[in-house]
Design a binder for this molecule. Sequence first.
Ligand code: NCD
Length: 337
Amino acid sequence: MFYKKKHIISARHFSREDLITAFRKSDYIREMMTSSLGRRQLAETLKHSDGRPWRAKIMFDEPSTRTMESFLEACDTLGAKWRTNTNMKQTSSMAKGESLEDTVDMSALYGYDVLIFRHDGREKNAMRRAADTMEAYGHPTSIISAGEGNVEHPTQMVLDLYTVWREFGDEMEHGKLTYAFVGDIADSRTIHSDIIALRNFGGTVFTVSSRDNNLPKKILHYRGKSPVQLSVTKMESWEEIASEVDVWYFTRLQHERKSAPPNPEFEKQYITAYGVNDHFLSEIRRSAIIMHPLPRGGEISGKYPSLADSRIVYRKQVYNGWICRMALLSLLREARQ
Ligand code: NCD
């Protein structure tokens, strides 16, 4: 789970056991959240041994609704103090060309216990470099990736897989599920992290996307240490696999990662081919779930889609995001005892 025992920067560092530990911890926290005694106990989690609260810095250089809110809520619920800089690119010295190493070192020098960092990926290996900077200077500070360009989003992976685990439990653990990741596979960092981590459980994965939109090779060929089999097959449409899939995962077109400017005609075609519509809903299994990391574009349209079809579970993912981020922070606290 942890790089150098204290950073969460890639799904590659999560073993099967780590994931199940995170899921169980999430269930435990979910239960604690239901009583006021539980909430009071949770509020003591992120404390140093002398009682001082942990301090978290949220450093984002890309927009966010859920990832940021859920980390802030997680910090509040677990008794940590936090500060935010949600516009790093404009308001930090990154705008003057300061190196990533210097920027994160400065924050660590102010004594933060954890830097929750979102980076747009314009520089390579941003999370690894941030974590290595903490190691080089001997900072006790943990780096948590809150999303790195079109590379990875490991904490979203935990909440996505936890959502599947809660719905399908044993079947997931025994590699019996079929997953379809639909849409902009090339640039969706949440899908990248999810597929990396699914290697721990095995099963069947379909990526459903246009001919020239492919899973990056290093994710397709990643094997990790897991002995179980995960088959990954590319499809250009979902029709053929409609009756086989247990878990559907949609994503918006990641405009900000493309060199071409947004093209409304192309977007329309994307939504038609890789979006949820009545035909799709009538073809897929009754028992399937439909996930989305959000924000949604037209690929899941309508005002209240999850009220119209209970297979659409993205609102459960959002609550699980709060729970799982608390689980990860408390596991981090335990690992650093
Ligand atoms: C995603 C992200 O930022 O990668 N959102 C999220 O964190 N829940 C997905 C996206 O932006 O499309």
